[in-house]
Design a protein around this ligand. Structure first.
Ligand code: GTP
Ligand code: MG
Length: 314
């Protein structure tokens, strides 16, 4: 039998009185973990009140180092891991980048953004692990504004959601909030904790994802992580383009180029002197109508193309 919510609020207030912000946050997190899992009604209100208290306790601490909150861009692209508290964002950052970040079974484990590099097809892609977002985040609840500011400068958003069914309302709140605030950014969905969910829960999460790009994974078993890497690659829009010497097979290592790159960009990336000596260029792959198609310098390339360059005799 849960303690009636009003008594519970009084009890929590008593427990945090006079504590330092750090201890206050710890006690509040413990209280949140003990709360019945309702998101509506009096317990929902109590939950939101505790979340606000945690946000207050943790932002005051952060406010002294405000600059430390913003992560500089590194690598060839930046993708933000975004989701409700406790969804598994930090666990995913660790699984994909090896970066040691705090992971906890309570909400708001992450109070500052963290970053790590996922090396995808030889290219460093920066992943941002952001504090969990909650309803009202766009008005500043739970540091939401700072989180949104960080999302705005990213190249793509990976919404991280638990496929265990009881978090769907929170996940919807986050998606709507972020898409209203940053409507133009590319995004995709990752369903985490597949190892904890029954097949029906996984299926209903997939149905919610609908036609959007999505992948189910577990950081506990490693299941689906390669698919997550592919999803991130697609989000960045980066292109792998394989140089092919005439009469020989294509190189095993791709040249990685930004979205929208053309044959000219590729040539410049391979060898800066070649542009002036370039003969016909042939492309095989997704951007070509047929294998070995001769294309112009401004031909837009696609991920997975092979490009054969020939140089004019001097
Ligand atoms: N079994 C299982 N547990 C997971 C998985 N991913 C995360 N967890 C657990 O879920 C809890 C929350 O994980 P975190 O990675 O800290 O979640 P978060 O989204 O970063 O949470 P906040 O920083 O609080 O927003 C931890 O206890 C993790 O060990 C998973 O794939 N399987
Ligand atoms: Mg976290």
């Amino acid at each position: 039998m849960p303690i009636p919510h009003q008594e519970m609020r009084r009890m929590i207030k008593r427990r945090i009185q006079g504590l330092s912000p750090r201890d206050r946050a710890r006690v509040l997190r413990e209280a949140l973990a003990e709360l019945p899992g309702y998101y509506s009604g009096p317990y929902g209100e109590l939950r939101r009140w505790i979340e606000d208290q945690i946000a207050e306790a943790t932002t005051r601490r952060g406010a002294q180092h405000h600059d430390a909150y913003f992560l500089a861009r590194q690598g060839v692209a930046q993708v933000a891991l975004v989701g409700p508290p406790n969804a598994g964002k930090s666990s995913l950052l660790h699984a994909l980048t090896g970066r040691a970040v705090p992971v906890g079974s309570y909400p708001f484990t992450t109070v500052r953004p963290a970053e790590g590099m996922a090396v995808l097809h030889g290219a460093p892609v920066q992943l941002l692990d952001l504090p969990g977002l909650i309803a009202g985040g766009d008005e500043g609840r739970g540091d939401g504004r700072a989180v949104l500011a960080q999302i705005r400068v990213a190249d793509g958003i990976l919404f991280v959601e638990s496929v265990v069914s009881d978090g769907t309302a929170e996940a919807d709140v986050v998606r709507n909030l972020v898409q209203d605030a940053v409507p133009d950014l590319a995004w995709a969905l990752v369903g985490t904790k597949a190892d904890l969910a029954n097949p029906e829960a996984v299926q209903s999460w997939q149905e919610r994802a609908g036609g959007s790009a999505h992948v189910v994974c577990s950081t506990a078993t490693g299941e689906g992580l390669d698919n997550v890497r592919q999803l991130i690659w697609a989000l960045t829009g980066l292109l792998r383009v394989y140089p092919k010497p005439p009469g020989r097979p294509p190189a095993a290592d791709a040249v990685v180029l930004p979205a929208g790159s053309t044959v000219r960009d590729f040539v410049r990336a391979v060898h800066r002197d070649w542009e002036n000596h370039l003969g016909p260029v042939r492309v095989t792959g997704p951007s070509a109508r047929f294998a070995g198609q001769t294309v112009a310098r401004d031909h837009p390339l696609q991920d997975g193309d092979m490009v054969e360059l020939s140089l004019k005799r001097r």
